[in-house]
Design a protein around this ligand. Sequence first.
Ligand code: HEM
Length: 331
Amino acid sequence: MEKIPSFCPIFRLHGLFILVTMLIAAFRCSSNLSLDFYAVPCPSAEMMVKNTVRSASSLDPTLPGKLLRLLFHDCFVEGCDASILIQGNGTERSDPANTSLDGFSVIDSIKRVAELFCPGTVSCADIVALAARDAVEITGGPAVQIPTGRRDGRISAASNVRQNIVDTSFTLDKMIQIFSAKGLSVDDLVTLSGAHTIGLAHCSAFSERFHNDSTGKLALIDASLDKDYAAMLTKQCPARASASVTVNNDPQTPTIFDNQYYGDLLAHKGLFQSDSVLLNDARTMNKVVNFANNQDNFFESWGRSFVKLASVGVKTGDEGEIRQFCSVINR
Ligand code: HEM
């Protein structure tokens, strides 16, 4: 008989009922994600994630942005398998491209609750995906149903990060190429970039658009940026600003998940060069204009693209493991 993954506690049941439930559970635990994955082994799993994200975000309104970005950086390196959470020298998390990531302690808190009520059942990879999903809803974005059943990876290497993560200096061609390698289309790129409607960026993240002039003040290099917006940024990020200084990704409604990001792009107020290019290329411009004018279209597209992002390279069935602690691979 096919090996049945040991994480499905449903197999502890007895009697004739066991045969039927085994068949159902074997199907559920097979290689695909499913919408009711935790219905039997841990019915409160999604609620635990939502409640923790909600209460932590009410104490720290910057949290939703952090949780959403965490999923992006998890999924693009080794797939959505929580490899981003592993602590230690030489792991993904230790790579300079990931030093500004945050939100790890909330994922750990959710995992502690999950281990208390459903030991060995809820993967860290599902927690990261559900927390990002909830971060969007909590800030006013669409409620999206996502399938679960991700398993946690056992590989996390800094050497895998650079070639898989998109940098703000990349051309549209290069971004399309990286997204496409993950099974994501040009439309997914435009839609998922809408995540920049919430959250923060450190001054260093867009410093290539400015330079120090002869008086030591920041001056604009990138002439495509709105002049008033550029002036505001140089004020918020003066030359020699502390490395911890941040600005809002969306200057208009920074804590609300809405379609304002696309309005910002039309107004030449895209913070990163990688945002601005979406308006300047025929392959992406129409979607930007469409989303700027119609939030329903953006939200509808978000639901589809988000599920695709959260499914990139997932491990299921008997691949990987269910970690005991999200920051450590099981021994
Ligand atoms: C398309 C290429 C992308 C590039 C080049 C990019 C780059 C960046 C950079 C440089 C930051 C600022 C980080 C910091 O300084 O702390 C940032 C923030 C953020 N990114 Fe992206 N990003 C991209 C796509 C995405 C996607 C697909 C998502 C999620 C679906 C996402 C979600 C976020 C969020 C929510 C923040 C705010 C983080 C916070 O508040 O801590 N980004 N991004």
